[in-house]
Structure formats: structure tokens, C-alpha cells
Write a protein that binds this ligand. Sequence first.
Ligand code: BMA
Length: 819
Amino acid sequence: MKSINLSGSWNLKCKDKDIDISAVVPGSVYKALIDENIIEDPFYRDNEKEAYKYSEYDFIYKRSFVIDQELLAQEVVVLKCDGLDTLAEIKVNNKLIAETTNMHRTYEFHVKDVLVEGENEIEIIFSSPLKYIREKQKEARLWGVGDAVDGYSHIRKAHYMFGWDWGPQLPDMGIWREISIYSYSTAKFSDIYMTQIHHENKVTIDAKVAYEILKEDENLNIVVEVKEPNGTHKNYKKVVANSDESILIDIENPELWWPRGYGEQPLYEIEFSLFSGQTLLDKKDYKIGLRTITIKQEKDQYGESFEFNINGISIFAMGANYIPEDNILGRCDKEKTRKLIEDCIEANFNCIRVWGGGIYPEDYFFDLCDEYGLIVWQDLMYACSVYKVDDEFKEDCVKEAEDNVRRIRHHASLGLWCGNNEIESAWIDWGWNPKSKFKTDYVKLFEIALPEVVKKVDPNTFYWRSSPSSGGSFDDPSDDNRGDKHYWDVWHGLKPFEDFRKFYFRFASEFGFQSFPCLKTVETFTKEEDRNIFSYVMESHQKNGAANGKILYYLAQNYKYPKDFDALLYVSQLLQGEAMKYAVEHFRRNRGRCMGAIYWQLNDCWPVASWSSIDSLGTWKALHYFAKRFFNPVLASVEDTAESYKVYVTNDTLEKVQGTVDLTLRNNVKGVLLEKSIDVVLEPLSAQMITEIDITEFIKDNLDARNTYLHYTFKNNCKIISEGVILGEKAKHFELADPKVEAKVIDDKDKFIVKLKAENLAKYVELSIADQGRFEDNYFDLAPGVEKEVIISKNTLRKDFTLEELEEQLKIRSLVNSY
Ligand code: BMA
């Protein structure tokens, strides 16, 4: 096989405006306009509005390239476009090759006839997605979310590009993935699908290999090379007899792949090479993990279970929902994604849900999830909308699914395919006209056509029709006792945090709470005068209309009125952290009945107030630190009521864990009221109530409540594994004295260690340095007398610091400093 890559520098012209610049491919129009200073950064202030206008224009990408005689001499010559966004007309040497309409597809076109030896020219004309959907909307009115440009679901283009309740309206266009030409003769692989058959101490890989054979060749042979994680190589050779056949590969003493926290992530490299005699014709490489993975659903006293089962073990899925990492896709890269995935691992995730309104992620996203052990819940790219499913649209969707399912299916991390986000439930709960013919279209696409693709292309992976769902057919998709659940009454429904405890969902795949990004991040998109949450610029970076009001509403319930803008941002993050902690700890206390907590949402695609736990600059909000604690595999938590504190420990590891639960109930004025230390043995994969304290004995009146708090820890070999503080009263009315936090910093080779101690209870201690380094822990409570060490790894700092500089820059605040 011969090939040339057409990525690199192209010429970009606008059809409707005098723009003639160079553009990097893969990339996009907006990326090029920013790089060439034609538009200003669309993320700054309200620049989004100016940038948006450019999506009304058509753009032409053009470049020349040289084809040599050897490439052209092959029998078949293919132009391969991995991603064209979206309405593209492709011309080679001025001849029309094709018109494409789907950003998510990989397109291949035979181009031998139009190419010449030597210099050639390729031109790709992108027409405005806005003009297109406007016209289409006149033909058939489609609906979906109100924050996106009207009519966005007419086009197979990432929905979020048209705006969402956390995203700007920037419907970019361009060649967003690789583009290349390859050629071949004789034969090549047309498909390889591996099924794992797990036996005791052996895994057999049944590789179904299909070939495209252009001409009879009795010397065709295939070599499969297996490189085991321990470095052993094994070869399998075979003469190719049929265009479609099975190759069985036995792996003795297999090392199994596990999600993080349950074992290692060994990967086996499998390389398939197709030869004619000694001449290599084609090669395909895979890195696979040996594991079984499915969703286990079993009827029980509550309804029906819904849990990821890996190698026979049902796990509690912990993680968050992932959205695209930037609105301008050309700015994404593997290193950025690696950081994000490492941040997930750092916060004890074992699962991530790729939400359906974005893109099917790059291969490297899945490679990273394989390596680090994150199970991927992969939505197909449909969310919150109706679609007009005529034959043409359906065929396009089927091809899109085939391309992406085929590309992603071998990844160890792939946990399930899900048809869409919130569409089945929307038909039932959002007041959509039940008589609309688009409801039948829904069934055609998500309950017939797409599951057929998954069954055909990836029969080993579980298909779930929608999220949330109870299995489809509009059978109560939001049932609390079956399937997965999106719960939004806390936040959208303004219900108090306590309401989370009323429910025992089987698998919570969405629940969330908004916050503002930190001041440092706000400074990147505002001027001084914008720094008021109701300013025009701040509201331009808040896409959920009612949200600022909601943040203030919950703030009023929990905290004192913040003294300034920065304090408001800080307190908004505490609210968000507490809300999610409230939910997740409850779900984990009910481990077994509930088997998943995937909060909304992990990341942002631009600087904005949103439900994310990591902002668009990669800075952890308080929630991400909270998540690290509430997703700790061994978690101590307390279910508190006005009468009692029930102390639990949840063990989400495969080992028996021994340790002690230590409790100190203290009154600011009266001192220690109760001290208790309980030895515990925790069974693997269990949640256990350890003790219940009757607090009516200690909290007799409002004054007691406002002064009493419980500090609880779970210790293993005298080391604190998990801890927390429960206040006898809402934080706003609690008598917090000046905590007098003392900090001492030690320079220790590759890290700094901050040693902390408080004289009085310090609530939500925030450590910060101007350069936004990563702390091992943050926004934690510090009980008096307890010494705490927090590590800052030097490699997370954006510059080199001396001990003195760090000491000088280190800022510490806690809740008392917010008012
Ligand atoms: C869920 C998601 C998104 C949305 C989020 C916050 O429904 O599926 O569509 O951004 O809620 O409203």
C-alpha cells in the first residue's frame, strides 16, 4: 500500500469576503481566522457574536500535491477524508468527486481517474451550515434545545457547535481530521473483528478477517503477530484461502484488563500483515485488553439492576460526563486530553460517559482510557432533539455508526454503545407532541436501524437505546428502579440537596450543579469592569438563562452573603461540591442497589459558568477535589438527620479492608462531647453502616446545633484514608471562629509539602498560588489539632518556584473569609 498525507498547510479563501489566508489541516476555519488575526479570540468577552457571523459565509480550502508514478500505478487509488465539517464539495483537478453532509463520517473516494502523475490540485468548498439549516427548517420544522441555533438537528454536525446550555454558538467548519491518498493492488484487508472467548487460564481470540481481493493470487498469506504485555512475541501464519475467514489465536495464562482500582491494564498488541509471497500488501495494528464487559440486568426486589460487569465482577461506576474539549476542535490534541484523563484518574474515576451532543472522540482518547483504565460509556452523537428520518438521512446515520463503531470497537475501555442522550425521555417528559410522525422516526433510528448496526459491526458490545432509559419502547424511560437515570430536580427543579436521599436510582448517569470558574479563569475573558456576575460579559458566559438565579437561591440556603466577586465565585464552587457530595455519598452508601454515579459534567469547551468540575483552562474547581474524596475507593460518609448521624464505610475494592472509624463530636464552647473509635472489617465490594449516634443527647437547642460538629475518619494502619466534618447546622448559621490556620512549606525534591494545622475548625480550606499548581487535596475541612500535609508536585506548577517564592505566593482562605 502506498500513501501520501495531505495534512499541513492549505490555502483558505472566503467566497463572500476578501479573505485569502493559509490554514493548517487538520484544523478549522475559525482556527485559521484566529491564527491570521482576522477575528479576535471568540472566547474573550462577547467576541462570540462577531465570530458567529463568519459561519454565514462559504469557504474554500485548496492545495496542490505531487503524486508519483508508483502510487498512481496501483490498481485502486483512494482519497480518504477522516473528517469534513460538514457541507463539503470535493474537487480534484477541477472535477467534482463528491458532496458530503456528515462531519462524523470517514469518506473514501476512488480518484485514480482524476489524478495525474506530478502536480495535482484539491479543492474543498464548505458551505455555511447556518444557511443550510435555515432552509431545511422551512421545509420541516425540527425542535430540540432552545440554547442552540434553530434547526440544528437537520445536519449531522456536532450539536454543541450550535450552542448549548454551557456552550457558545460557534458553528465552525473545515477539514477537521486527517486527509490522505492511498493506493493498492492485488488485495487488502477490508475488515478485522476480534471476539474474545474466555476460558479458565486461556483466552481464544477469534479474529474474523475479510479481504478485498482484486485479483487471484495463490501466494496470499497472513501473519498475525501477538506481543504480550510481558514482551513475549508469538506468530501465526496462514495461507489466505477465502475472502472471509476466522483465525483463532490462543493466549495462555492471559493477563486480564481491569478498570482502574480493580487491577492492571495490560494491553496485547496484535498486528495483522497481509503478504503476497514476501511482499507486504497491508497491515493493521490493534492494542486490545483481555476482558469481558457488559451490563448486567437482573430482576430484583426493587426492579431491575443496571451495572457494569467486568470479568464477572459488578462494579460501582464512578465518573463524569465528557463533552468536547474546545469549540474550536483544531485546538484539541493528545496532550490536552491526556491531562484531562489523568485528572479523572487522579480523582478516582473508573468510568467516563461521552455525551451524545458532541463528537466521537479521537482514537487517542480511547487509547488513553485503555491505558488508564476508564470504562467508556459511548453515546452515539444524538442529543435532546427530533430528527427527520427519511431514507437518505437514515442511510447517512447508518454509515456514520458503521464508521465509528468499527473504529472504536476494539478498545478495552469501551463499555457500551448508547443510542442517544435524553431523546426517549424527552418524548415522554418534555411535552413533545406524541402524535408527531417524528416519534415514529425515533423508533426507526434508535430502536431499529442503529442497534442493527451495532449488532452487525460490534456484536460483543452492549447497546442501550437511550440515556436515560428502562430499555426502550417509551416504557417509562425515567423509571427510578430500572435502567439508568438522569436526575435534575436538584438544580433545574430547585429542590434542596437533601432530596437526593429520597432516591435509590440503579445507575445515575446524570445529575449536576453549576458553579463559576475561579477568578484566574474569569480574568482571561473579562475586563475589570465586567467582573460582576450580572454584567453583560459574565452573562454572555452563562448559557443557562436561569442559572445565576439558581446559584444565588442555593447560596441563600447554605452560606452567608459573600463579601465580593471573588468570594462569590469561591462559594459557588463549594455549593457545587457539596451538592455532588450529597448525591454520590448517598448512592455509594446504597451500593448494590445503586451501581453508578456519573455526574454532569467533567469539562468545559470554553470559559463559562457551568456544571463542570474542571474549567476550560484545566483548572480544578472545588468539585474535582471533592470528587477525588467522594470517589475514594474506601469512603467514610455520614447520613445525618436532626436526630442521628449514621456513619458508613463503603469499600469499592476487591480486598477486605481493616481499619478504625474514629469519631469526635465537638462543641465550640463545651469542647469534646463524644469520642469513639471502632475497629472495622469491610468486606470487598460492600457498604456497611458502622454506627449510629443519637445526637439529640448532645444537641438540645439551636445554640448547641450552631456550635456542634462531628469529625469522622476512617484510618488504615493509622493513616487517614477518608474523613469529613458534619455541622450541626447549615454553614451560614454555624458559629465558625477564626480558624487560625498555620502553614509551613517544605521543599522536598520533586514536590513541596504544605503542613497545615488549625486552632479552630476551618471549613473548606482553599490553597492557591497564582500559577494554579495542582494540590494533592483542596477545599477540605481541617479539624482543630489535626495535622494535615498537602503535596504540590513540582511538575504541576507552570513555572519553577523557590521555597521562598512559593511561601510568598501561597494563599489560604476558608469559609470565614468569604463574608
Ligand atoms: C443534561 C445534558 C445536557 C445539558 C445538561 C445540563 O440533560 O444531557 O443536555 O447540558 O443536562 O442542563
